[in-house]
Design a protein around this ligand. Structure first.
Ligand SMILES: *Cc1c(COP(=O)(O)O)cnc(C)c1O
Length: 254
């Protein structure tokens, strides 16, 4: 059953890649396992899944321990939900990528915890792409300033952008948002990089600034309802929960 789900998602990812002239290897499938029991993660692993996404710190840590105490060393954990500053310390050495950085204060906390452990933390900046009041994320207009500030943090690598598009029945409705995020990503990556990062020559950290976006290569967008459109618009990571694990039952959440 889960095997069929994964096969179905894989087939659709491949088709979306074919339609848009992209290689399957350009897109990472993240299995969003929130609220699902350890056994289902094990099953997903057995069916080839290696990237898992969780939106709660405690749940990520618990599942991390379960899978890593088994034989699986090659599992990669993504924190995709809102992150509170006081919880950064629990996941800093467990998540390969934090998708949900949306403030300088949070970035500074990640910097501090990463420095303590002498590691470099890969992060994405979450963008509130449809200006929804209910959503976390930075406004598109504020992002350049934020990246400029973050570029001085030497234990953080800004890898790209992430967005949660509105819930819609018709995925075509989200195409404009995926386009918008992709355009923002291209603007940051190419023409505006120098403006964002060079800062002032008097700035003692300026030399780091130019390196801050060297690895800017991730566009995390698209979920069960709209991942094909997201891939057509350039997503390099899609986060699929329901399409792999089935509907979530929040009354039984771990
Ligand atoms: C839950 C969640 C997903 C997956 O949602 P599905 O619609 O079940 O695929 C993706 N991204 C984020 C940030 C989520 O919280």
């Amino acid at each position: 059953m889960m095997k069929d789900n994964i096969l179905n998602v894989e087939t659709r990812i491949q088709a979306a890649c074919d339609r848009s002239g992209r290689k399957r290897s350009e897109v990472t499938l993240i299995a969003v396992s929130k609220t699902k029991p350890n056994e289902m993660l094990q099953e997903a692993y057995s069916n080839g899944m290696r990237h898992f996404g969780e939106n709660k710190v405690q749940e990520l840590v618990q599942k991390y321990e379960y899978l890593h105490n088994g034989f699986q060393e090659d599992v990669y954990w993504h924190l995709i939900g809102h992150l509170q500053r006081n919880k950064v310390k629990y996941i800093i050495d467990k998540a390969v990528l934090i998708h949900s950085v949306d403030s300088m204060r949070l970035a500074e906390q990640i910097e501090e915890e990463a420095a303590k452990r002498n590691l470099i933390s890969d992060i994405l900046i979450e963008v509130n792409i449809a200006d929804e009041d209910t959503k976390f994320g930075v406004d598109g207009a504020d992002i350049f300033h934020l990246i400029h500030e973050m570029s001085h943090l030497s234990h953080i690598r800004i890898r790209g952008l992430m967005a949660v598009a509105p819930y819609v029945e018709d995925p075509e409705k989200n195409r404009e948002y995926f386009k918008k995020l992709r355009q923002l990503y291209v603007d940051i990556k190419t023409k505006n990089v120098d403006n964002i990062c060079d800062g002032s020559n008097l700035d003692e950290n300026a030399s780091h600034g130019s390196k801050a976006l060297e690895n800017f290569d991730v566009l995390s967008m698209g979920m069960t309802g709209d991942f094909e459109v997201a891939i057509e618009e350039g997503a390099t990571m899609v986060r699929v929960g329901t399409g792999i694990f089935g509907e979530r039952d929040y009354s039984k959440a771990v």
